[in-house]
Design a protein around this ligand. Structure first.
Ligand SMILES: Nc1nc2c([nH]c(=O)n2[C@H]2C[C@H](O)[C@@H](COP(=O)(O)OP(=O)(O)OP(=O)(O)O)O2)c(=O)[nH]1
Length: 148
């Protein structure tokens, strides 16, 4: 099968599908953005932009510590259709990994005003940011344990 034509990868955003189990996940942690105004109220995978000179996984650990106050073990990546990345908007694309919390209780410290554990059958039940809808669908498709 041929690769879809780009949107250019653009700046890399790294994000986490925080789950309760890396092989048979049943719960997924969604975060509601509080800013900027045009994105506020939309639900997303916690994460953020990779800074110059930073490795992607280094950025992921930093963002999760800053935004939620947690340390994680990183599991498998959910590769997107654009050279492994998911298209976000103009000039941005995302890599996403399943992760498990190993330290800390997640709290909306930065950029979010609510966190919610979504149980089986609920993973698509919040209004995800538009670009995340296909990502959530792909996550559900690879996680039979997420379905009721
Ligand atoms: N973190 C994250 N960002 C997403 C997702 N879906 C999606 O469209 N985005 C967009 C929203 C933002 O435009 C961009 C990520 O930027 P960000 O604001 O989280 O990055 P950052 O924490 O590094 O913040 P900054 O340096 O830009 O202030 O990607 C997602 O699931 N997670």
């Amino acid at each position: 099968m041929s690769e879809p034509q780009s949107p250019a990868p653009g700046r890399l955003v790294v994000a986490a599908a925080i789950v309760d189990d890396l092989t048979r996940p049943t719960r997924l942690l969604a975060a509601r953005r509080s800013e900027p105004p045009e994105l506020a109220g939309g639900w997303e995978f916690p994460g953020g932009k990779v800074e110059p000179g930073e490795q992607p996984l280094e950025a992921l650990h930093r963002e999760l510590r800053e935004e939620l106050g947690i340390a994680v073990d990183v599991g498998p990546e959910l590769p997107g259709p654009y050279d492994g990345r998911w298209a976000l908007g103009p000039g941005l694309s995302m890599r996403l990994w399943l992760v498990l919390i190993i330290d800390g209780e997640p709290a909306p410290l930065e950029d979010h005003d609510e966190l919610r554990w979504l149980g089986p059958g609920e993973w698509a039940s919040v209004p995800w940011l538009p670009a995340d809808v296909e990502v959530v669908d792909a996550l559900i498709a690879r996680s039979p344990s997420a379905r009721v």
